[in-house]
Write a protein that binds this ligand. Structure first.
Ligand SMILES: Cc1ncc(COP(=O)(O)O)c(C=O)c1O
Length: 360
């Protein structure tokens, strides 16, 4: 029997579920619409498709290290120098490398509860102690409580804004206060995976804080509004010294050639991004309104998903699945990713039918 590290079983596993084509066959459905993983429901932009097609002939070669063209474009997009950008294999790759670099046995990592499941996973992979701080009564991250949770052995804070799975946001000034309150030895990751969808006037990106605090890094992804979840590409913005340290555990050639060219092409389509955001924002307001019209409780969202609290989350998710839409049951909640208007309609029809049948 091979020997493993003794704490291996404490690393949470990520359960994306079985291939949907298999589930559909089992349930006797033609297709199932996936509204379970906060992806964009639309196909990649045509320019992305063209860029991938053109780059395919070069995939016998290793990708460019450090994604220089993409980093340059991101630097321009965000108004920072290129060495303030770290391109990673999904922001998940960045979050895990960060935990390995910044924390480890004998240290602790602070994040919210509930928040993105990868934070606990990353802390545990690194061998650090996870410290989960409950969200407040309005399901918002409690920046003051998170600052207070920092111990002498804390090396890292993950702060998700807006937050997955609650969909709530906290203001720029809450992030600013956190950055001021925390000692400079503690790296703060502001995870802004859903930044593009925010409409709340008191939110703005944490990027300016990276110039003011040497321990602050902001993480973004191409998996949401840019529609590239399958390509695995995300990035971080922070000072070069910090990024150099945090990226040390990243494997060589981590970001594939196709991921690099796809992201570069997608980034150039800001007008299309604006259109998508508008459709998604309208979709999330519509879903929340319809749920409330059905007498249900849903949290106001600043993201591309809505968190709903039915009387029985497992039964509700199962009933919706049997009617052709995958949504995610998370404890007492069900998280519904905003799809196209037709997909949203189908999902809400399934919920309405389930409620009418008294299933949940
Ligand atoms: C808060 C948050 N950060 C990061 C990610 C993952 O992004 P990526 O696909 O770039 O790894 C997600 C995906 O759901 C997320 O919710």
């Amino acid at each position: 029997m091979p020997r493993f590290r003794p704490d291996l079983d404490s690393i949470p596993t990520y359960h994306p579920g079985r291939p949907l084509s298999e589930v559909a066959r089992e349930l006797g459905l033609e297709t199932i619409t996936d509204l379970g993983s906060n992806e964009d429901p639309r196909e990649p932009f045509p320019e992305v498709r063209a860029a991938i097609t053109e780059a395919v002939s070069g995939v016998n070669r290793y990708p460019l290290t450090d994604s220089p063209y993409l980093a340059d474009a991101l630097a321009e997009h965000h108004g920072v120098d290129p060495d303030w950008v770290w391109v990673a294999p999904g922001s998940t790759g960045m979050l895990i490398a960060t935990a390995i670099a910044a924390s480890g046995p004998g240290s602790s990592v602070v994040f919210a509860d509930p928040s993105f499941v990868v934070y606990r996973m990353a802390a545990t992979i690194a061998g650090a102690t996870p410290l989960a701080v409950p969200v407040d009564a309005e399901w918002r991250l409690d920046a003051a409580a998170m600052a207070a949770a920092v111990r002498d052995d804390t090396n890292l804070i993950y702060y998700c804004n807006p937050n997955n799975p609650t969909g709530t946001h906290t203001s720029f000034s809450a992030m600013e206060q956190l950055a001021k309150a925390v000692p400079p030895e503690v790296t703060i990751v502001f995870d802004e995976a859903y930044a593009e969808y925010v409409t709340a006037p008191d939110w703005s990106p944490a990027i300016p804080l990276t110039a003011r605090h040497e321990n602050v890094v902001v993480s973004r992804t191409f998996s949401k509004v840019y529609g590239l979840a399958g390509e695995r590409v995300g990035y971080a913005i922070g000072n070069p010294g910090l990024l150099g340290a945090l990226s040390r555990p990243q494997p060589p050639y981590a970001v594939s050639t196709l991921a690099q060219v796809a992201a570069l092409a997608a980034l150039g389509q800001q007008e299309r991004v604006v259109e998508r955001v508008a459709e998604t924002v309208a979709g999330r307001e519509w879903i929340a309104r319809l749920l409330r019209d059905l007498g249900q409780f849903a949290i106001d969202s600043q993201t591309n998903f809505v968190l709903w609290r039915p009387s029985d989350s497992r039964t509700a998710a199962d009933a919706v699945l049997r009617r052709g839409t995958l949504v995610r049951a998370l404890g007492p909640w069900v998280r519904i990713t905003v799809g196209t208007p037709e997909q949203n309609r189908r999902c809400l029809d399934a919920i309405e039918q389930g409620l009418a049948a008294g299933l949940f």
